[in-house]
Design a protein around this ligand. Structure first.
Ligand SMILES: NC(=O)c1ccc[n+]([C@@H]2O[C@H](COP(=O)([O-])OP(=O)(O)OC[C@H]3O[C@@H](n4cnc5c(N)ncnc54)[C@H](O)[C@@H]3O)[C@@H](O)[C@H]2O)c1
Length: 440
């Protein structure tokens, strides 16, 4: 039996989502244990050091405080689940894009470990993003079979999908509205009570399946909108029109909210969540629009590589044997997150062209085994082309004359609308950009 006053929470998975969740609930007065299989992460958290290297306002300070005050501790041991009133599972849920199937290894393993220690009266919450149906059809049977307890009778089960994103982890967690779906009313109500302790946004109660569809639809919506913006950008390039001017004026028409085009879509979530949504209806309905949207967004890094080739040609250099500096390998500005970053396919495409690539990023040390340069001067020294993938604020401050004096060939390919095109051309650069008129 649990006492209400105990209010013990276990958070399984101390990643981009799990760590801020654990820290925030600890601040709210719960007794929190974070479980992760990575010893290194566990040690860092116990030392009060955030393993996330990007800018996360408030996270480091709050982590240090709740660990010092004894409200949060981390471990690799699932023992504390037995004493928990609440267990939040928020491990990674990647997707096999080729087979179009979710990869639930982490989710299944974590669920099984939770089930081995689960005791009656506990609420289990799936906070990972999952394909519609997963909470009821995958998580529930594992919990029931392994624990020999019955969902809805002996323990409660709900899903409360996250809306955080790197750079705004704590802020989004607290301030955004949330959708909470239990497998029954009691589960939903208990999960609502739990999240009320940290969420200041509105909480909306629904069933687990609807909540899963809402979460994956949110991200599919964004992916499709970005693909639309990318398609318009490609049309604009071929008409000699600036897509950013077009977008601003389009958005002055009522009910228009054209998204930003760019060098590609990355991150743990967006590239997979459309597929997770589609997976929920697999064998019954094959989506068209979201499939095309995915392929447009996936084609943008290759287009960046083509623009590099074009810019170099205009500057009188062959792409083969040139040196290209890729500015930004994180998928998002001011973040260290490189998961599914468009920088990687761009780097690989450039390598296929026979260029030597120097990746630069202020927050990242390596990507897919490649060393990433942290020093901007060293990264651009002797370069033939700048390919900007991530709008880190550092890049907006680059002095073009300084840049030009270091580069061997003065070409810029802007994938995020960071540079002033006319200024670049005035300073003697050959300029290309996603959705921008070429200088040819
Ligand atoms: N990153 C985001 O901004 C974001 C936003 C919304 C939703 N989500 C969703 O939240 C979930 C987690 O994402 P994330 O970015 O935090 O992932 P992450 O990879 O940063 O963190 C997952 C953590 O789980 C740990 N883990 C894996 N297997 C485990 C196990 N068996 N037991 C204990 N720990 C285990 C990993 O070591 C890792 O530290 C995903 O489903 C994702 O789609 C992420």
């Amino acid at each position: 039996m649990h006492h209400l006053s105990a209010r013990k929470l276990v958070v399984v998975g101390l990643g981009y989502v799990g760590l801020p969740v654990a820290v925030k609930f600890a601040e709210a007065g719960l007794d929190v244990t974070g479980i992760d299989i990575m010893e290194e992460k566990v040690e860092k958290v116990n030392a009060g050091v955030s393993p996330i290297e990007g800018e996360e306002p408030g996270l480091q300070e709050l982590l240090e405080r709740v660990v010092r005050e004894g409200r949060l501790r981390a471990t690799t041991d699932y023992g504390p689940v037995a004493e928990a009133d609440y267990v939040i599972v928020v491990v990674q849920t990647p997707f096999d894009a080729r087979r179009r199937e979710p990869l639930y290894t982490a989710l299944r393993t974590a669920t099984r470990s939770v089930a081995e220690h689960l005791s009656p009266g506990t609420l289990v919450v799936v906070e990972s993003t999952v394909a519609p149906g997963t909470t009821n059809n995958i998580v529930r049977p594992i919990l029931e079979e392994v624990s020999r307890l019955r969902a809805g009778k002996d323990f409660m089960l709900a899903t409360a999908p996250e809306r955080v994103m790197p750079g705004k982890l704590l802020y989004n967690l607290v301030h955004l509205d949330r959708v909470i779906g239990g497998i029954d009313e009691n589960s939903t109500r208990t999960a609502m009570e739990l999240y009320r302790k940290v969420v200041k946004g509105e909480l909306f109660a629904t069933d687990a399946l609807t909540a899963e569809v809402v979460k994956t639809t949110e991200n599919a919506y964004r992916d499709v909108q970005i693909a639309f913006a990318n398609e318009v950008a490609l049309l604009c390039e071929n008409m000699g029109v600036d897509v950013y001017v077009v977008r601003e004026l389009v958005n002055r028409a009522p009910n228009r909210n054209m998204h930003l085009p760019g060098a590609g879509v990355g991150g743990h979530c967006l590239p997979k969540d459309s597929w997770l949504l589609a997976f929920g209806a697999r064998g019954k309905y094959e989506p068209h629009l979201i499939t095309v949207a995915r392929s447009i967004n996936d084609s943008m890094p290759r287009h960046m590589a083509d623009l590099c080739e074009e810019a170099l040609r205009q500057a009188g250099r062959q792409v083969f044997g040139s040196r290209v500096t890729v500015l930004g390998v994180a998928y998002l500005e001011e973040s260290d997150d490189t998961r599914n970053s468009p920088a990687l396919p761009l780097i690989r495409d450039l390598e296929v062209f026979g260029t030597s690539v120097v990746p630069h990023d202020p927050y990242v040390r390596e990507i897919d085994g490649l060393r990433v340069e942290k020093d901007l001067r060293r990264a651009v020294d002797g370069s033939d082309c700048i390919a900007l993938v991530t709008a880190h604020s550092q890049y907006a401050d680059i002095d073009l004359d300084w840049l030009g004096s270091l580069m061997r060939t003065k070409t810029i390919v802007d994938g995020r609308h960071v540079f002033d095109r006319d200024e670049c051309i005035r300073r003697g650069f050959v300029f290309r950009g996603i959705g921008r008129p070429s200088t040819a």
